[in-house]
Design a protein. Sequence first.
Lengths: 319, 264
Amino acid sequence: MKNIDEQVYKEVGKTFGLLFSELEKVIVGQRDVIEKVLIALLCDGHALIEGYPGLGKTMMVRTLSMMMDMKFSRIQCTPDLMPSDITGTYVIEDHGGKKIFRFEKGPVFANIILADEINRATPKAQSALLESMQETQVTAGSTTYKLDRPFFVLATQNPIEMEGTYPLPEAQLDRFLLKILVNYPTLEEESKIVERFAGEAHEEVRKVIDRETLLSLQRLTRQVPIGGDVKEYALKLVTSTRAKENADIEYGASPRASIGLVMAAKARALLGGRNFVSREDINAMAPHVLRHRIILTFDSERKGITQDKVVEDIIKKLT
Amino acid sequence: MYLFVEKLKETRWAYSRIKAFETLLGGITIIFASTLVLTLLSLPPMFGILPAIPFLLFRFYRRADMFSVLDRDENLKERIRAAYDNREKDSIVMRHLSSDAFARLDGVRFSSFMEKRLTVTRVLLSILLAFAALAVALANVQLLDAREELANAIEQAEDFSMDKGELKKFVGNLIKPPQNNEEEKDIFGKPSVAELPGEKLKLDLYLGGGEMNLRETKPRRETFAQTPELPIAAMPSATYEEDIPEKHEKVVKKYFEEVAKVSQ
């Protein structure tokens, strides 16, 4: 395993370069979003993408899974989605005249799962997915089924059409490492998109890394050293969200956010070809790690203050 | 242990030596500046060392930590700090970081730690101030007599609990140049009034020299003691007695005989 890790580390720059270049064959722009998704993958975490429909979220995740030679499944969340539709169910099979129950694995038994519009699913269905995210296992009846590694859930949320939806509660949102905001492409990017997808057939991507390589990258991510002062800075940043003197915040981020922030910073460092975590990594990842873990006061929301603004103010104060 | 740790210690050692030299130079500059000021104020120049003491103590007390040697390069500092804080761990990434850290520390020139401009300025300033202090001392140039001013200020002060005379004496002893104890005593003693009952004295005081003439007012009666009359006789006031050694008598006698022959 060490040999594999050493080999992978030697070629880490080349690997990521190839990954991005292959993705760019299909996905136009969204470099920042792709980077965050990769960071979540490297941290063995999960990501929540919030963006308007038609921005290429599904395509991005599908392309990523194709490049990584991993099993991909898509769950379209609707109000009538049942937990068994996610985890799997027992089916009756006839074997030589005998009826037996066989567990039919659900879409959650994949490496990369796209849960589209998770806020449209009922809380019961959401909890089935979230439980598998947390435990990396599924319990059906009296049997527990371990999920394959790596296991990555990319959930999407539509910020519009909130009628009839079940927004994820804050306790559940905490399970996502990152919340990534997807914006509209620029005019040039949109022009390229139209040219690519309204024209002839676009290019196919090839496999860049396999399952073992990704697992190795995840191990290497954890090995990236972080200095005591940078770690302290990250902790100060997170604990500042709980400070009573911060009048805009009702509830701050939990220790899970501290872990997530340091991990995300390590992944960003590795992705950037660095072998140490810098303060810049912490600052860059802080909004994505904290925005879904901070609950603002009603007054702040009324004034139009966002979580990102609060995090930005905290960073300015600490710098 | 990773090689960069030793390299970091070596770098820090060089840095602390250079900073100690800069601090000493700063202290010397302060001493010369203070000496110049004190000389102009007619105060003892040896007190010029006093302002330098807190400066030196503060600078030496506030020792540089392991990583302040790399303050100028924030990126390098973060890298080295991450490597140093994880020096006990052994991993692929850490090994790569340690070799990277060693290579970067190896490229650090120790001469870059010295603030050249500041050092040159301090050296030139020290030389200038030293010459200025010397020139002022030799030419006896004074801006004001601080001792006099200080004494006057103390006299005007109202909040002192000490007796003013004692405080003035205390400060006077502090700022006066050291003298013999005997000479410091007030030779005139405490002012006092002498009374001669039934006597009137005439006191004449003259301006400038402090000359004083004290005489009794009564007319002076001069009495003389008359000596008895003695015969007047001339007597030599002193008798010359020859005291020539015997062996020289013959030489002297012969000399005078020859002089007599010549004169004849």
